[in-house]
Design a binder for this molecule. Structure first.
Ligand code: 26Q
Length: 824
């Protein structure tokens, strides 16, 4: 029996103020007379943390007591952003905090800004994990996240002379949101060798004897749900030297330096997030990170299961483990090793348990992003796991051979081991074989993986093993927190904020689409959000932009497949057209601000060239007296979650223009539309489903379709190709040195003109600029634009992460929510 929960409030504003002051004076030992914004942030965070912690403890106790199936979400990335604003809103006490802080002489926005983003991720995959945690808690699922506690998150990006410069992101100076669990540690081994022996009864035993031991220490982060007492746990593992006999002896025997070096080498494992997004690069330390985190998490999960004293065959009824991409795939051979080598189960029994426990989510079809590890490296670092992988493969290939006896080539195609030199372990194949369900993240993507990279596995396992769960976003952070005025306006029409927990209710907004007052307020909110972004642009770049201009935004990791180059070529084309006009004609054009943001992987030279080009083009256009407000080009440095919260509510148009078939889903497309912006996009990823939901009259689609990509690529290589005339003019302008030393950009242009234009920029250019003109025309009609944006918001209910989580829970995890109990 459970009662509906209303979060425990700070009874009064005075009580809240008292709590802040108590923390500042005692916990932080600071005098109120020199209490700056940072100390006030710290005091406020600690006051709210206190509110979460009691519910957190109770949730964990409740989940243990209920003893039902739990979900474990394994992700190497959790892009959480800031926690304080989210905590205030989830416990529904932001108004009290705002008033209390005002009373103490501070503005709540200034206090919230003091917090450092938790930036433990690269982009979409990491942010998806964070949205899922929010939904899991908000829907009361018993769920834990497991990740790594990186000392350095994704680097901070500075733009210096138009170039990206990476600065380390040390974020742990003061982090009130984590609790180190000194009592929760796991020793993790690496290297070493494998022993085999037979006992008296003739039973075979296998034991991996490690060479290096590193200790994993748990750091727990509370994850509050929205207006519920459920506070789930995100457990991040930090690495440190194991404090064994050995090190102690080393230390005492005068090998001080080498003992310190061991310490540092152990701490290196969780030191830094790899900054590649959609690219893998076979580095030993990355593999060490993966094993360290998988082994610690599984030890923890198995320990928790063993406390229930259930039989092993019950394991998959108690535990669902979701693999966020292939990064945690080693969890599969690790669980098999625990069950066979340590717990003494026979192979088949163990494998049955393993393959019922895991689910695998694929996030990419790009070949360069598919993880492969060299066999020699794995042999060296994880000798027992390599044996287990070979045994899994043997069993699997024997099964394939029995089922398809006539198809010899099929065996090498589906083998976990790629017969290259050196041999490679294909992690995606291992993940498929070791899981009971495999899902893609949008319909097109889920179809594509079935017909391309995993085609043979559909044949081997049948189509039911493969499914789709289209991504979603949490409306709490991406509407209520990022755009409080729009959230309040919607609430005023829908009878409160309930829609934030059932986003399909948004459809009722369509009843208001013709309401004059509503439309006016809706537009005013968009304008105010653009003013807020314009202010941020002024502060960070010194450039003044006109908030009445059309804000055209593309923010995401910089990658050739996402085609920021197409966007900037389009900007140059616009500039050339404006230059060719008379001042009178120019005045009649819709003024535009083209805004870019995003990080390039530090070793991704072409992506860095694109950033450089955007900045150089901006320098020229922004300082051209002829152009004035007609066109501005902005590169916002250090795009991250907290900046996205300012950016997403401020778009008129956002760009999601990947080569068709390359962007698995995209999630920022959803954030922009939910905040009343329209999209220019290709028929790719979730854009297709967004179109289906909001109506094709409300989205600006352009470009070639995924089904034609192969043929177009082929044509570039084997047929005479004439470059689109407008694009040729753009290239001539770059070549002429208009944007500085042209040689900086030759590789970028040659990739298109001479080397096959792999991402089909030239094929889509004409369609792109025509669609941009259509956008200008449409924007001139304020009423038409308003109708499109309101209608789109009303139809975005499908894209809540809550819907995703319910789909995972039903189709993949088979778990039920556990409603919180709360004593008054
Ligand atoms: C792999 C090996 C070694 C080092 C790094 C990596 C690595 C790291 C991050 C590989 C891939 C990633 C990130 C991928 C990613 O963010 N994919 C995005 O996932 C989103 C959520 O599903 C989708 O919306 C995007 O379309 C997809 O690009």
């Amino acid at each position: 029996a459970w009662r509906k929960y209303t979060p425990q409030p700070f009874t009064t504003q005075e009580e809240f103020e008292k709590e802040i002051i108590r923390h500042i004076e005692t916990t932080l030992a600071r005098s109120l007379y020199n209490c700056d914004e940072f100390a006030t942030y710290a005091g406020t965070a600690l006051a709210f943390r206190d509110r979460l912690v009691l519910d957190w403890n109770k949730t964990q106790q409740n989940q243990t007591f209920a003893d039902q199936k739990r979900v474990y979400y394994l992700s190497l990335e959790f892009l959480m952003g800031r926690a304080l604003d989210n905590a205030m809103l989830n416990v529904d006490q932001k108004d009290v905090a705002t008033k209390g802080l005002a009373d103490l002489g501070f503005r709540v926005e200034d206090i919230i800004k003091q917090e450092h983003d938790a930036a433990l991720g690269n982009g979409g995959l990491g942010r998806l994990a964070a949205c899922f945690l929010d939904s899991l808690a908000s829907l009361n699922y018993p769920a834990w996240g497991y990740g790594l506690r990186y000392r350095y998150g994704i680097f901070k990006q500075e733009i210096i002379d138009g170039y990206q410069v990476e600065v380390p992101d040390y974020w742990l100076d003061f982090n009130p949101w984590e609790f180190q669990r000194h009592d929760v540690t796991v020793d993790i081994q690496f290297y070493g060798h494998v022993d085999r022996w037979q006992d008296e009864e003739g039973k075979q035993h296998t034991e991996w004897v490690g060479g290096e031991i590193v200790q994993a220490v748990a750091f727990d982060v509370p994850v509050p749900g929205y207006k519920t007492a459920t506070v789930n746990n995100l457990r991040l593992w930090g690495s440190k030297a194991a404090s064994g006999e050995f090190d102690f002896q080393k230390f005492n025997s005068g090998e001080y330096e080498s003992s310190v070096a061991d310490q540092q080498s152990a701490e290196t494992i969780s030191a830094v997030l790899y900054p590649n997004d959609n690219l893998e690069r076979g580095k030993e330390l990355r593999l060490k990170q993966q094993y360290f985190w998988c082994a610690a998490s599984l030890y923890d999960i198995v320990r928790r299961f063993k406390k229930t004293k259930r039989a092993w065959k019950d394991f998959p009824n108690q535990v669902a483990i979701q693999l966020n991409d292939t990064h945690p795939t080693l969890a599969i051979p690790e669980l098999q090793r625990i069950l066979v080598d340590i717990e003494g189960l026979d192979w088949d029994e163990a494998w049955h348990i393993v393959s019922k426990t895991f689910g695998y989510t694929n996030h990419t079809v790009l070949p360069e992003a598919l993880e492969k590890w060299s066999v020699p490296l794995m042999q060296h670092l994880l000798p027992r796991h390599l044996q287990i992988i070979y045994d899994i493969n043997l069993q699997f290939l024997q099964f394939v051979e029995r089922t398809f006896p006539k198809e010899r080539e099929l065996l090498s195609r589906v083998s976990i081991i790629e017969e290259s030199s050196p041999k490679m372990v294909r992690m995606a194949f291992l993940a498929i074989i070791g899981s009971h369900k495999v899902n893609g993240v949008a319909e097109l993507h889920s179809d594509l993986i079935k017909s391309t990279i995993f085609k043979d596995f559909v044949k081997v396992f049948g189509p039911d093993k493969f499914t789709n769960v289209t991504n979603g976003i949490t409306p709490r952070r991406w509407l209520h927190q990022a755009n409080p005025r729009l959230s309040a306006l919607i609430a005023s029409k829908l009878g409160g904020h309930e829609f934030l927990k059932d986003l399909t209710q948004l459809h009722k907004l369509e009843e208001w689409v013709d309401d004059k007052e509503f439309r006016k307020e809706f537009r005013e909110i968009k304008y105010a959000n653009k003013v807020r972004l314009a202010k941020h642009i002024k502060e960070s770049t010194g450039i003044t932009v006109n908030p009445a201009a059309l804000f055209d935004i593309q923010v995401k990791r910089i990658h050739e497949y996402k085609r920021q180059q197409l966007n900037i070529f389009g900007v140059i084309h616009r500039y050339l057209q404006l230059k060719a006009m008379t001042p009178e004609e120019r005045k009649k054009q819709v003024p535009r601000v083209s805004i870019f943001g995003g990080k390039a992987a530090p070793g991704y030279w072409m992506a860095k060239t694109v950033i450089h080009l955007i900045n150089k083009v901006g320098d020229v256009i922004n300082n051209d007296q002829d152009i004035g407000d007609a066109l501005k080009v902005i590169f916002l440095e250090d795009y991250n979650v907290s900046k996205a919260e300012i950016i997403c509510p401020a778009s008129d148009i956002s760009e999601h223009i990947s080569t068709a078939g390359t962007e698995a889903s995209g999630t920022s497309n959803m954030k922009f539309v939910l905040n009343g912006g329209l999209i220019i996009g290709t028929c790719d990823g979730a854009n297709i489903e967004i179109t289906r939901e909001i109506g094709q009259e409300n989205i600006f689609l352009f470009g070639n379709l995924a089904e034609n990509v192969d043929e177009l690529r082929h044509n570039h290589v084997y047929k005479q190709y004439v470059l689109d005339e407008s694009l040729a003019k753009v290239f001539d302008t770059i070549h002429s040195g208009t944007f500085g030393d042209a040689s900086s950009f030759t590789a970028l242009l040659n990739g298109i003109v001479e080397h096959g234009d792999y991402y089909l920029v030239s094929d889509d250019f004409d369609s792109y600029i025509k669609t941009q003109s259509l956008i200008d025309e449409t924007y001139k009609n304020v009423e038409e634009w308003t109708t499109k944006t309101i209608t789109s918001v009303a139809r975005m209910g499908f894209f809540t992460a809550d819907r995703c989580i319910e789909e995972y829970a039903d189709m993949i995890w088979n778990v039920e929510p556990l409603n919180p109990t709360k004593e008054k």
